[in-house]
Write a protein of this length. Structure first.
Length: 167
């Protein structure tokens, strides 16, 4: 899970989650609409499949343990990703996602101009954004340098404020 910056789209894992949303949800609607509830379901399914694959041959008790440890953290990644996508949409009136097509994996930018988001969806995203700001949260603890942590917190708070303004 490589990361090279503050935002979720600067993380290999989160880019993989976004690719799952592109492949599973956005292609199906020809990139016309980003449905937050559907994207959350795509992420949940992707995370569960990843955990199953990584732990093939494990007993049922072991799988329950792996799910209880991995799912919440990975879901938080996905919820933050979707929250950032929604905040970008609120700021600019569109979300640009890049799809890599063909054998040569040529980048094609798609401009999504419509989001479907309910108050319940927003609550999920806002709850996740709030939780990562707690000093005991592993995402908060994950920053080695205080200066970088403060930049990350400012970013998270900015996304949270944007979503709150549209709640």
């Amino acid at each position: 899970m490589g990361s090279w910056g503050i935002t979720t789209r600067e993380s290999d894992y989160d880019l993989d989650l976004l690719d799952s949303i592109v492949t599973t949800q956005l292609k199906a609607v020809d990139f016309s609409t980003f449905n937050v509830a559907d994207a959350l379901e795509v992420i949940k399914a992707d995370i569960m499949e990843e955990i199953r694959k990584a732990n093939r041959g494990s007993s049922a008790a072991e799988l329950v343990f792996y799910f209880s440890k991995s799912f919440p953290q990975n879901f938080t990644h996905g919820a933050r990703l979707i929250a950032e996508c929604l905040a970008d949409y609120y700021h600019t009136g569109e979300l640009i996602v890049t799809e890599y097509v063909g054998k040569s994996k040529d980048p094609v930018d798609h401009h999504i101009k419509e989001f479907v988001v309910t108050p319940a969806d927003l609550k999920i995203l806002l709850d996740e954004l709030q939780s990562v700001q707690k000093p005991e949260h592993e995402f908060y603890q994950g920053w080695f340098e205080e200066e970088t942590r403060q930049q990350w917190l400012a970013h998270i708070r900015s996304v949270q404020q944007t979503l709150n303004e549209h709640a």
